[in-house]
Design a protein around this ligand. Structure first.
Ligand code: UGA
Length: 472
């Protein structure tokens, strides 16, 4: 099938490359000439596993880049809108890019088209897209509008797309449903997974991929409600972690206990310094705002956002309880990305913590495996950038772990200990076991677990109960 994808951001680029891998002919449209030129030159603008391979495999063959939306619409059976929907000052999603694409599509419809919204948008957007296309003179029989939300996570976007938990297709006519079913057929009939050159299967893949067909409004709500629920799970466990800290319980044990109830499940129950990224913070505000407009006061979401903010403040208090005063302290920081496996620093809790510590007068040396180039624009001259974790730790009063990169979970602890001025680690992502760190000579603070200190150190501030972590 011939497919047009409008917008070459995260969702558009990944979707375009993956549709090409499913065997479709894809035109990826963007009006940013610089971006187009670098995509044509083979530059991969985001850090995403398998994306470079797919772009190499399909660019110039099944995947073309263009600035001509008109032509893309004329030659495609389905046009996916994947443009940005940034938040406005009031927290609503700004849908002006979606509207202008809908207007342009209208002038180019030459035979039956399916216009698919793939950006994260509030309920009623597909109705508005339909109205805009009609208002600009298109025959109502010549198109349908569908909602096909994307559930991919940054860092695993390609495998999330090709091995989804579910494909949600919101349609209001059978004709439109059949076009979307045909597009996803290689995933839903499993033929993609039999191919030798298929992107490798991740753990827990559901094969063949299930497809759920709903109304457009339900599909729009599924997207917002899914993200809100996941964020709620994170805030919930962060709240439970705070209670664990107060009473001396271990949040990991609590997570194991509650997560093994299949109705709850163990995933997205990792406490930390709060959620960030370009999706959860923005989508929660947008969902809150849509609910209000629809007459429902979704106060639960306010609390989810409030707990998330407080989690960073709690972490700062932890740093203070470990180091007493902060002004002039040298800190090594591991992680700037909003989560491991990505170079994205948008709404990153790690960046926010670094900025709060700078305000407190700390001197910071940071290391992140992928996000430093992006962070430089914001933090330049205010922090030092290190080549690796050990350089970041060198001479520091304490080491802070702010992003859950795999490589931070397997550091050479002896080397780290030698580099630090004081062997203190404050881990905002629970990458280590407290007793293990104490055995390796570290005073170790984490989230929702008691701090641990090595046997030869005096018990310090912050209620450290040494005996809890004595070797068995
Ligand atoms: C999120 C959703 O997980 C995707 O399903 C969705 O498609 C995407 O938003 C979107 O709407 O586009 P993403 O923002 O890439 O994906 O990142 P997540 O893996 O969900 O992590 C979000 C934040 O939550 C990160 O800061 C992460 O560190 C934090 N997190 C995640 C926790 O603190 N604890 C957890 O247990 C899981």
């Amino acid at each position: 099938m011939r497919i047009g994808v409008v917008g070459s951001g995260y969702v558009g680029l990944v979707a375009g490359a993956c549709f090409a891998d499913l065997g479709h002919d894809v035109i990826l449209v963007d009006n940013d000439q610089q971006k187009l030129a670098s995509l044509k030159a083979g530059v991969v603008p985001i850090h995403e596993y398998f994306l470079p391979e797919l772009l190499r495999r399909h660019s110039g063959r099944r995947l073309h880049f263009s600035d001509d939306l008109h032509e893309a619409v004329r030659s495609s059976a389905a046009i996916f809108i994947a443009v940005g929907t940034p938040p406005t000052d009031s927290g609503d999603a700004d849908l002006s890019y979606v509207e202008s694409v809908a207007r342009e599509i209208s002038g180019a419809v030459n035979d039956y088209k399916v216009v698919v919204e793939k950006s994260t948008v509030p309920v009623y957007t597909s109705e508005w897209i339909r109205k805009i296309i009609l208002r600009n003179g298109t025959d109502p029989a010549a198109f349908d509008v569908a909602s096909n939300p994307e559930f991919l996570r940054e860092g695993t976007a390609v495998t999330d797309f090709l091995y989804p938990d579910r494909i949600v297709v919101g349609v209001d006519s059978e004709r439109c449903a059949s076009v979307l079913r045909a597009i996803y057929k290689p995933l839903t009939d499993g033929t993609y997974y039999q191919r030798q050159d298929a992107v490798p299967q991740p753990d827990r893949a559901r094969i063949p991929a299930p497809i759920i067909v709903t109304s457009t409004k339900s599909a729009e709500l599924i997207k917002h409600a899914s993200n809100a629920f996941l964020a709620m799970k994170i805030s919930f466990i962060n709240a439970v972690a705070s209670i664990c800290e107060s009473v001396g319980a271990n949040v990991q044990q609590v997570c194991q206990g509650i997560g093994s109830d299949t109705r709850i499940g163990p995933r997205f129950l990792n406490p930390g310094i709060g959620y960030g990224g370009s999706c959860f913070p923005k989508d929660l505000m947008a969902f809150r705002s849509v609910a209000r407009e629809c007459g429902y006061d979704f106060r639960l979401l306010d609390e989810v956002m409030k707990i998330n903010e407080e989690q960073r403040q709690r972490f700062l208090r932890k740093v203070r309880s470990a180091l007493w005063t902060l002004r002039g302290k040298r800190l090594g920081v591991l992680g700037l990305a909003f989560k491991g496996g990505t170079d994205d620093i948008r709404e990153s809790p790690a960046m926010l913590v670094v900025q709060m510590l700078l305000q407190e007068g700390c001197h910071i040396t940071v290391y992140d495996p992928a996000a430093m180039d992006r962070a430089r624009e914001i933090l330049n001259f205010r922090v030092q950038f290190a080549e690796n974790a050990y350089e970041a730790a060198s001479g520091a009063d304490a080491l802070l772990i702010l992003t859950e990169w795999d490589e931070f979970a397997s550091l050479d602890l002896e080397r780290l200990n030698e580099k630090l001025k004081y062997p203190i680690v404050i881990d905002g992502r629970n990458l280590y076991q407290p007793e293990f760190m104490a055995e390796h000579g570290f005073t170790y603070y984490s989230v929702g677990r008691l701090p641990a200190i090595p046997e030869n150190q005096p018990a310090g501030a912050g209620g450290i109960l040494r005996n809890n972590y004595k070797k068995a």
